[in-house]
Design a protein around this ligand. Structure first.
Ligand code: DQA
Length: 160
């Protein structure tokens, strides 16, 4: 009997979005632009196809759920299934030590991504709890930052 072989699955990148990012498209368009989260997903899928990875894009307004997803990403990264995470935590960037601890505690590679240039905005947006434990940071390219972050993650994970 012929051996059953299954094709290797492409690595997965989780694209995780935090508080209020479901409002993209209508939320402060002067700051965040007119693109919706569905548009972001399309941009990421096109780039993922080019890179030979699969994306799993999610958004939550519940901090604990985001922590659970980071833990899941950490487990699946250890299992060789998940390459890493592109993460836009929204305002939790500036408030959540728990989020920083989840990233450092799981060791999952994270690219921090912000649509706006947070450093050109209010002083409370200048500090990120995530940056010190992120593998890289993409800031201020609008929604085009997501595919840039995805390409950056794949490049550093493949080439070191
Ligand atoms: C943001 C910047 C944060 O300061 C803000 O709270 C957000 C969006 C960005 O993508 O530019 O919700 O992360």
């Amino acid at each position: 009997m012929a051996a059953v072989t299954s094709a290797p699955q492409p690595p997965v990148v989780l694209v995780l979005n935090g508080a209020n990012l479901n409002l993209l498209g209508t939320r402060e368009p002067g700051v965040y632009g007119a693109a919706t989260l569905a548009d972001v997903e399309q941009l990421c899928r096109a780039e993922a196809e080019r890179l030979g990875v699969t994306v799993d894009l999610r958004q939550t307004n519940h901090e604990g759920e985001l922590l659970d997803w980071i833990h899941e990403a950490g487990r699946r990264h250890a299992a060789g299934e998940v390459l890493g995470v592109v993460l836009n935590p929204g305002a939790w960037t500036h408030t959540s030590i728990a989020l920083r601890d989840a990233i450092s505690g799981t060791g999952v590679p994270v690219i921090e991504c912000h649509i706006s240039n947070v450093h050109a905005r209010e002083p409370f947006r200048h500090h990120s709890h995530v940056s010190a434990v992120a593998r890289g940071i993409v800031v201020g390219f609008g929604v085009h930052g997501y595919p840039l972050a995805l390409a950056g993650l794949v490049t550093v994970q493949r080439t070191g």
